[in-house]
Design a protein around this ligand. Structure first.
Ligand SMILES: [Zn+2]
Length: 143
């Protein structure tokens, strides 16, 4: 539970992730394709940039995969850098931060924070009921 991001991130990198959506997508892309792009549909390794930040589009079958798909950050309804902040603190923070406190720090509604925090908890608890792909992706982010 206390291990979110696989490797220790230095404070400067965290600062970037907690303030900049672009950096979050860049980070997710790094985690998702550590050894280069492989199309999940056809296995092709050539890609061009997709529509969303750091998404990749297969040059052969045109399937596009966003950097956040298959992770708890997929379809996030508020800025992803705020979601990173919550996820990091829930999983790696030294003390429990209430959803009211998250809401105050991030200028979000308390309910939004509560929903996302619950999502993280579920992701951690129900790792077993997920598909292999989902599990793998979430593990990469949450370990
Ligand atoms: Zn493809």
């Amino acid at each position: 539970m206390s291990r979110i991001f696989k490797k220790e991130l230095d404070p400067e990198r965290l600062e970037e992730l907690f303030t900049n959506d672009e950096k979050c997508f860049e980070f997710l892309a790094e985690v998702k394709w550590p050894d280069g792009f492989v199309c999940r549909k056809c296995g092709n390794t050539n890609y061009c940039p997709g529509k969303t930040p750091h998404s990749r589009r297969c040059t052969k079958c045109k399937t596009e995969e966003s950097a956040a798909s298959g992770t708890i950050f997929h379809n996030c309804k508020f800025p992803i850098h705020k979601a990173f902040y919550i996820a990091y603190n829930v999983c790696k923070g030294k003390e429990e931060v209430s959803t009211y406190e998250f809401a105050r720090r991030l200028s979000l509604r308390q309910m939004t924070c509560w929903n996302f925090k619950t999502k993280i908890r579920h992701a951690l608890q129900e790792m077993d009921s997920l598909s292999d792909n989902e599990r793998e992706s979430i593990q990469k982010i949450l370990q």
